[in-house]
Every structure is written in C-alpha cells, then in structure tokens.
Write a protein that binds this ligand. Structure first.
Ligand code: NI
Length: 167
C-alpha cells in the first residue's frame, strides 16, 4: 500500500470524467488499498480515484466514528434521488474550506464491491450526501461548484495562494 498525493482544486485534472472499471482486477484492488490508506491518513471520510489522479470510477468511504467500516464503490450509479437536505461539506481536494451544500436526502444506488460483485444500497443522511459528493468527483465536479460564483472565486483565489506558498 502507498499514500497517494491528493490533487487540490482548481487543478484541471479534477475536471476529468472518470472511466468505468471494466473488471475489478488486482490492480484495481491495489488502487482501492492505496485510496483507503490515503483517505484514513488525510484524514477524510471519502475519496474518489480522480482525486489521486486515477481517472477510474472508484470511490472509498468510511463515515464510522471507529474508522474501521470501509465501504468500496466501483462504478457507482445513483438510480434515484428524493427530498433535500443541507449539510456542511468539506473535501480533501479543497483543504480548509467547509460550506453548506443542498443535495438529495435519500438515494438509491448500485455499484460493484471490491470483489466485482454487484450490490444495491438505499441510504439517507450523511452517507447519502457523501456518496453524491464522491460520484460528483467521478463526473469532474467538485462541491464548490454547488456554491455561488462569488464564493467559488474566493475559494479559488485562497487555494491558489496556498499552493504558491507551498512551492
Ligand atoms: Ni471531495
């Protein structure tokens, strides 16, 4: 396993549309292991492969307090969305920024697990928000896209300044 570097907004590589995984191979399972280590190390509650510069439809999530309930979603597809909820979101690719975002309150979705086996899930609350946030990443979207133009430009300037300081 290896820690991967997380791309930071507004890196244009975060705008790519991730491609479906044709087969869950050992190489994909190695990517999943790296993503989990990177997410736990950050620490964060979710990570999409595009955030570590791997343009595949792979997501890892762990919203448990104990940090030992890893959920893996390969080729996730949200099949229905109901209601609305607003939650304060952050993102490992947008460090230090937390803003409320309105998303569906309940979702149904399907995906493959790390063995390549299909499963379906119906969920609400934090997990529903988290899955929608991560699936956005696979379509080249970042949570700040849901904010006002003014907020987006403030966040972009702040992060560009931080990345200059970091070099
Ligand atoms: Ni994110």
């Amino acid at each position: 396993m290896a820690l991967r570097t997380i791309l930071h907004y507004p890196d244009p590589r975060l705008r790519r549309t991730a491609q479906p995984v044709a087969a869950v191979t050992d190489a994909i399972r190695a990517l999943i292991a790296d993503m989990a280590e990177t997410m736990y190390g950050a620490p964060g509650i979710g990570l999409a492969a595009v955030q570590v510069d791997e343009p595949y439809r792979v997501v890892v999530i762990d919203i448990s307090e104990s940090r030992d309930q890893l959920q893996v979603f390969v080729n996730p597809e949200i099949t229905s969305r109901e209601g609305e909820q607003q939650m304060e979101e952050g993102c490992l690719s947008v460090p230090g920024i937390y803003e409320p975002v309105t998303r569906a309150a309940r979702i149904k979705m399907r995906a493959l697990d790390r063995e390549g086996k299909p499963f379906e899930l119906e969920t609400a609350g934090l997990l529903a928000t988290c899955i929608q946030h991560e699936v956005d990443h696979l379509d080249g979207k970042v949570f700040v896209d849901h904010l006002s133009r003014l907020k987006q430009s403030r966040i972009r300037k702040k992060l560009e300044k931080q990345s200059r300081l970091a070099m």
